[in-house]
Each structure stands twice: as C-alpha cells, then as structure tokens.
Design a binder for this molecule. Structure first.
Ligand SMILES: Nc1ncnc2c1ncn2[C@@H]1O[C@H](COP(=O)(O)OP(=O)(O)OP(=O)(O)O)[C@@H](O)[C@H]1O
Ligand SMILES: [Mg+2]
Length: 251
C-alpha cells in the first residue's frame, strides 16, 4: 500500500501537567475515512488538536504527506492541506453564510489547483460548495445564528472544503443533531470521500462511525484499545461492552 497521508506516531500530549494522550499511533490513507470512537473525555478532541498543531504532542511525531509537522504552527499545517470542522461547529454566528464560507479563502486556502494537483479532484469554490449544499444556497445571506444545527454543521463542512484540503478533521459532527440530520451528515461524509478527501472523524455516535469508516480506532483514557475494520469491531464484544456501551454483536 502507498505511504499514508497522515501518520501519527506514538504521540504523548499534555495540558500542563495533565497527561492526556499516552502513546497513540494511527495511519490514514488518501481518500479514506478513519474514525476514532470513545466516550466523553477520553482524548478525542485532544487527538485532533495534536494533529492540527493546536496542542502539539510533547513526544512522538505527526507525519503529513511524508513530512513531520513538529514545531509547525497551526496555520502552516492548514496550508499544507488540512482543515478542521471543530466540535460544536463554531461557525461565525453574526456573519452571513456567504461570509462564513469566504473567510478561509482570505487566509488559509492554498492557491486553487494545488489541491487538485493530480487533476482528478474537484476544486471547491463558493459555487461548488453551494451546489453540494443547496440548503446553504437558500440561506446565503442569513447570519450563521439563524441556521439550524444541521445547517450549521453543513456550513462548517462547506467552510472546510473551501480550503481544498486533502484531509478534513471532523470533531463529533453528529453531536446534538436529530437522527435525520445525522443521516445527512453521513451522506455528506461519504460524498466528501467520493471527491477524494480523507477524513479523520472523532465520534461518540457508534452507528455513524460504523456506517462511514473504513477503519476504526477506539480510544479509552488516552490510549487505543482497539483498531480494526467496522466488521472486526462487531466481533469485539468486550470492547463494545466496556468502552462503547454497545451490547451484542453482529450488524
Ligand atoms: N484545555 C484543557 N486543559 C486541561 N485539561 C483538558 C483540556 N482540554 C481537555 N482536557 C482534559 O483532557 C481529557 C481529554 O479531553 P478531550 O477534550 O480530548 O476529550 P474528548 O474525548 O474529546 O471528550 P468529548 O467527547 O466530551 O468531547 C479530559 O480529561 C479533559 O478534561
Ligand atoms: Mg471532544
């Protein structure tokens, strides 16, 4: 198999004296979805922050496209082709949908075309994002605050796409959404993968992760206690029961 797009190698991440990620490693290949499942406070957001350079690991390394990200600030990492859809969506509530979408192009986006250097991938711009999310097109001049939770999540994904990233980090996109909207998020993620972007998804929503992920890691207290395919996770009764609160095996 080709070299991974993202390789997290034995990272240890702290907040001050608080030791959160205790030797975590993972690989993510181009165009794949890898999900990290785990309960509250287990270190999922910390993993995303470690990869994006927001809370750099104290030990270990993160390799993106074959290069170490050590010592690089978040904006420099973003420019190399990584975008975040943060937990709680964090769109700009007072700015319009259009303004929210256009923000990253002013600061973070790479020259259009860099993203699609292989000539295969779509180059996202405002028109393309609005085509992908017609609900946002209808509300283009509304402030972010006027959008429903599901629409805000679409906006957060659309904003990430505007940077034409190779990798999107998504932190609990289903949080607080009704089942119908979670279904929509599932479709969006599958579409984004179809377009050739890789996704590192962290979730507590077991069904969503199982439905979209090519590979799953389960985190508990800052360590991975399982890695395998969704199929293999179904067979790991003890992990399901102890770490995910899911009982019984089989799809
Ligand atoms: N800024 C911080 N300073 C100190 N401790 C923190 C900070 N952020 C998180 N923690 C602690 O680190 C641990 C992991 O937190 P993290 O936010 O990564 O969990 P999580 O898996 O994303 O949880 P959730 O599902 O609730 O979002 C928790 O014990 C949390 O209290
Ligand atoms: Mg979190």
């Amino acid at each position: 198999m080709s070299e991974p797009l993202l390789s997290v190698r034995e990272i240890h991440t702290y907040y001050g004296d608080s030791y959160v990620l205790q030797g975590v490693s993972l690989d993510l290949h181009e165009g794949r979805i890898v999900a990290i499942l785990g309960r509250n406070g287990m270190g999922k957001t910390t993993l995303i922050r470690s990869v994006a350079g927001l809370t750099p690991p104290r030990e270990g390394d993160v390799i993106f496209k074959g290069r170490s990200l050590r010592g690089q600030p978040p904006y420099a990492i973003a420019q190399q082709g990584m975008a975040i859809v943060p937990q709680g969506r964090r769109i700009f509530r007072s700015l319009s949908v259009r303004e929210n979408l256009l923000l990253p192009t002013s600061r973070l986006a790479r020259p259009s075309g860099a993203a699609a250097a292989d000539g295969q991938r779509k180059v996202w711009d405002l028109d393309e994002v609005l085509k992908e999310f017609p609900q946002l097109a209808e509300r283009i001049d509304h402030p972010g605050a006027a959008l429903s939770g599901g629409e805000q999540q679409m906006l957060a994904v659309g904003r990430a796409l505007m940077a034409n990233p190779d990798l999107i980090l998504m932190d609990e996109p289903s949080e607080g959404l009704a089942p119908r909207l979670v279904q929509q998020i599932e479709e969006i993620m599958k579409n984004v993968r179809e377009h050739g972007h890789a996704i590192l998804l962290v979730e507590q929503n077991f069904a969503l992760a199982m439905a979209v992920a090519d590979f799953i890691y389960v985190v508990a207290s800052g360590r991975f206690v399982f890695h395998g395919t969704p199929q293999e996770l179904w067979g790991a009764a003890e992990i399901l029961d102890h770490h995910l609160g899911v009982s019984g095996g089989g799809p």
